[in-house]
Each structure stands twice: as C-alpha cells, then as structure tokens.
Design a protein around this ligand. Structure first.
Ligand SMILES: *[C@@H]1O[C@H](CO)[C@@H](O)[C@H](O)[C@H]1NC(C)=O
Ligand SMILES: *[C@@H]1O[C@H](CO)[C@@H](O)[C@H](O)[C@H]1NC(C)=O
Length: 171
C-alpha cells in the first residue's frame, strides 16, 4: 500500500503512469526488440581478465538505463557472451540470449527517484572460462538487456528489449 500511494506523487510531473497500466496486462501477444539501450559505465572496454581459468575474478559493474519508455522501473539482465551482441541476438520470446556463456542475474533499476527494489550489483564475479577458446587475447563481452514494458501506453503492450555490451580481454 505504501508504494501504491507513493507512485502518483512521484509521477505527478509525468504524463504516464506505467506501473498502473501494467497491472491490466493479461496476454502478451508479441514481443519486440529495439535499438534503444542504456550505457555500461563499468567495466571499461578492454579490461583484462587475469584469472579466467579459475574464475571468481571481481569485475566492477555499472549500467545507466536508457528508460526511453519512461517506466517506473527498468528491468535489466546481465550476461556474459563470447560475441558482441546486437538486438538480433535477443530471443524475442524470452528477452534472453539463448547462447550465453553465463547469466550474472536479473535486476530492476528504480527511475524517477523510486525506491530501489533489486538494483544491479556494483561488481560481477566471473565464472571459470576453461574452454581452449578462452586463450589469452580472446574476447568475451558483458552484455545488458534492458526491457521497456509500456510503450506506447495502453493495454496488452509487449515488452521491448534493447541491448548493449562491453568487450573484455582474456589476459
Ligand atoms: C522474433 O524472432 C523471430 C526469429 O528470429 C523472427 O522471425 C520474428 O520476426 C521476430 N518477431 C519480432 C516481433 O521481432
Ligand atoms: C526463443 O526461446 C523459446 C523459449 O525458450 C524457444 O522455444 C525458441 O526456439 C527461441 N527462439 C529462437 C529463435 O531460438
């Protein structure tokens, strides 16, 4: 109840109330991908992974959401891939990468000053990369999928997925 009563106050300067629109969604018919995405602020491109074979390396992580759809919360998922993704690599039924090396997790970024629910972590722990493909000099990519949930406003709006990534290099 506390959160429901907060929402209209927070959105008083906004033309949409997406959290309320979402409550009426019953069937999701068709999902799409979008070129819109936010920005991975950390790690920096080219960051070396020095103990890829054993895993457990702690990588700093930061992501600024695009929130082009003006959602109250932006759902994001964070992945490790062995290729640089574009929107065509996202499974448009699930919003996932079917061929990911690893999924770090799924999180929710509060927008418009809404209280955090499940914010992305500030560090990621790398899995062990034991395949010979992960030899020194090989690249892997941390990718983020951001989901927009209510554009255009209305009933039965499908999620729209966008992605961006940053390249890391096996040391
Ligand atoms: C979803 O992906 C499939 C397979 O790649 C493609 O045929 C279809 O057009 C896509 N649907 C949308 C809405 O983008
Ligand atoms: C997308 O994921 C669904 C559910 O896992 C799967 O059935 C489908 O084959 C995937 N689409 C493509 C294009 O691989």
């Amino acid at each position: 109840m506390r959160r429901l009563s907060l929402v209209p106050v927070v959105f008083s300067a906004c033309t949409r109330i997406p959290l309320m629109v979402n409550a009426s969604v019953v069937h999701v018919q068709q999902r799409t991908v979008t070129p819109a995405h936010g920005t991975i602020t950390s790690p920096q491109p080219g960051t070396p992974i020095t103990n890829a074979q054993t895993g457990g390396e702690v990588i700093s992580f930061g992501y600024t959401d695009s929130n082009w759809c003006h959602d109250g919360y932006s759902d994001v998922s964070v992945w490790l891939l062995n290729y640089a993704p574009n929107k065509g690599n996202i499974n448009n039924t699930t919003g996932r990468f079917d061929d990911a090396v690893h999924q770090f997790g799924a999180y929710s970024i509060g927008n418009f000053g809404l209280p955090p629910k499940n914010p992305p972590p500030t560090t990621l722990s790398m899995p062990a990369l034991t395949s010979p493909a992960y030899a020194p000099g090989a690249s892997v990519y941390i990718a983020v999928v951001e989901t927009a949930t209510s554009c255009p406003p209305g009933n039965n709006i499908p999620p729209q997925y966008g992605t961006t990534s940053v390249e890391l290099v096996i040391a």
